[in-house]
Each structure stands twice: as structure tokens, then as C-alpha cells.
Design a protein around this ligand. Structure first.
Ligand code: NAD
Length: 248
């Protein structure tokens, strides 16, 4: 029996990077997939095909996770189509890196809105579904810099730290209904987000990591599978660091 057979998962920001790797991993384990991203583009079409070829139901909705109305609308539409949501992965995220001295109000607001408000929007929209089901696993994609801070990322670190507080609170509020809520704190993962950094910065990061390399999206997806499935049935309110030992 596959680990997520009979389950339906909703993953935000799923067209590429870590979200896409999680979608593929969950499909391998039998989950039906409700995916969201900003646009229904070539990436989205290709991903839907790959997932359907794995024998699961999959649909990607163009929906801005940071918009309260759109988040509720997509949950409503997906529920009508899929009938249940057992797993929510709040993965959508952006960076607008610069030192606080130079950070504009727009850069601050954009990151808090996409990284933190999205988590509120989707969790709030999915919570009644999970409460009725008396079952659910919510996974919030935080970051090691939400734990440690990082120069040049005051907005991003604050959003990711906020996600951890949110995760622990939700775990306390809904645990009695058999809903678990955990965060993953990835370290330096090789995706489009980190490809934007200069070669020097990437080398510098790798040197600081005990495993001496960046992680892959698939390695984060394996942690998400653990938290989504019954393998973690007694784990809630935790932050699982997937960082090659960078933060201990
Ligand atoms: P990515 O940029 O490769 O992918 C992010 C996806 O989210 C994109 O497809 C983008 O279109 C989508 N997205 C952005 N804003 C959205 C919105 N408002 N609504 C819906 N979708 C939206 O990034 P990634 O590296 O795969 O990161 C995924 C998550 O993991 C993010 O939350 C990121 O902060 C976190 N993370 C990444 C790393 C890393 O090293 N890559 C480390 C720690 C945490």
C-alpha cells in the first residue's frame, strides 16, 4: 500500500522547485493533487501530464495564495472537484533580498504578504474541511533563516519566523481534532530561487554546510512525505530542519 493512497493534497506554488518535487513525490505515493501557482503556463501543463501519467488525479489552478478571496475560491472549487483535502502544503514563497538600510516598504510588504499571509489564507480556508473530516496534516515551508536570521533578509527571515509561530499555534488549536501542523525549514536548496544568487555566494553557502553541498528539492520532498503521511502520526508543532546540518 502506498503511503498516501486515498489522500488528497493541496500544494501552493507547485509549478516548479520544491513545490513541484513534493507534488511528484506525493503522486508516487498515490495522492491526488490540487496544485496552485500564479499562472497556468507550460510548466503547469507539463507537470499535470507527468502526475496524471503516474496514475493520480491532478489539477493546477491559477490562484494567488496571498489574496484572501482567491485562496478561499480555489479551495471551494477544488473541493467540488476532489471532494476532500487531507494534506495542505503552504509552499508558495518569494525573496526580495537587501540590507534593511536599503529595504523599501514595497519589498517588506511583498514578502510578508506572499510568504506569511498566504499561510493564513490557505490554512483558514482549508481548516473547516479538515475539522469536518477529523483528519489533516498541514505543512508550512519555512526556512532555516526563520530560525537563525540572515543578513540581507530581514523581510524573508521575519516571514519565515512568523510561519513557525503560526505552525505551533495551529498545532495547539486543532490537535484535538486529529489535525497535525508542522513546518519544514530547508537550508540551501538548489532551485530557481537560489539560482539567482551569484556563484561566489553559492560557494560560500556550500562551504558552511557540514554535508558540503546544497540540497535538492527531492530531499525536501522526502521530509514533506514524512510529515504528510502516517509515518509522522505523533509529530505535531515541530520544525524539521532539512539543511545538511547547517543549523544545529
Ligand atoms: P521557486 O521560486 O523555485 O518556486 C516558488 C513557486 O511559488 C513558483 O512557482 C512561484 O510562481 C510560486 N509563487 C510565488 N508567489 C506565489 C503566490 N502569491 N501564489 C501562488 N504561487 C506563488 O522557490 P523554491 O526554492 O521552490 O521555494 C519554495 C518554498 O521553499 C518557498 O516558500 C521558499 O521560501 C522555501 N525555501 C526555499 C529554500 C531554497 O533554498 N530554495 C530554502 C528555504 C526555504
Amino acid at each position: 500500500m502506498k503511503l498516501l493512497q486515498g489522500k488528497t493534497a493541496l500544494i501552493t506554488g507547485a509549478s516548479r522547485g520544491i513545490g513541484r518535487a513534493i507534488a511528484e513525490k506525493f503522486a508516487d505515493e498515490g495522492a491526488d493533487l490540487i496544485l496552485t501557482d500564479l499562472f497556468y503556463d507550460e510548466h503547469a501543463k507539463e507537470l499535470e501530464k507527468i502526475l496524471k501519467d503516474k496514475g493520480v488525479k491532478a489539477k493546477l489552478y491559477a490562484s494567488d495564495a496571498s489574496d484572501f478571496e482567491q485562496a478561499h475560491q480555489v479551495v471551494k472549487e477544488a473541493l467540488a472537484e476532489f471532494g476532500a483535502i487531507h494534506i495542505l502544503v503552504n509552499n508558495a514563497g518569494i525573496t526580495r533580498d537587501t540590507l534593511l538600510m536599503r529595504m523599501t516598504e514595497e519589498q517588506w510588504d511583498a514578502v510578508i504578504k506572499v510568504n506569511l499571509k498566504s499561510v493564513f489564507n490557505l490554512t483558514k480556508a482549508v481548516q473547516p474541511v479538515m475539522l469536518k473530516q477529523r483528519e489533516g496534516s498541514i505543512i508550512n515551508m519555512s526556512s532555516v533563516v526563520g530560525v537563525s536570521g540572515n543578513a540581507g533578509q530581514a523581510n524573508y527571515s521575519a516571514s519565515k519566523a512568523g510561519m513557525i509561530g503560526f505552525t505551533k499555534t495551529v498545532a495547539r488549536e486543532v490537535g484535538s481534532r486529529n489535525i497535525r501542523c508542522n513546518a519544514i525549514a530547508p537550508g540551501f536548496i538548489l532551485t530557481e530561487m537560489t539560482a539567482k544568487l551569484s556563484e561566489d555566494v553559492r560557494k560560500e553557502w556550500a562551504a558552511k554546510i557540514p554535508l558540503k553541498r546544497g540540497g535538492t528539492p527531492e530531499e525536501v520532498a522526502k521530509a514533506a512525505l514524512f510529515l504528510a503521511s502516517d509515518l509522522s502520526s505523533y509529530v505535531s508543532g515541530q520544525v524539521l530542519q532539512v539543511c545538511g546540518g547547517m543549523l544545529t
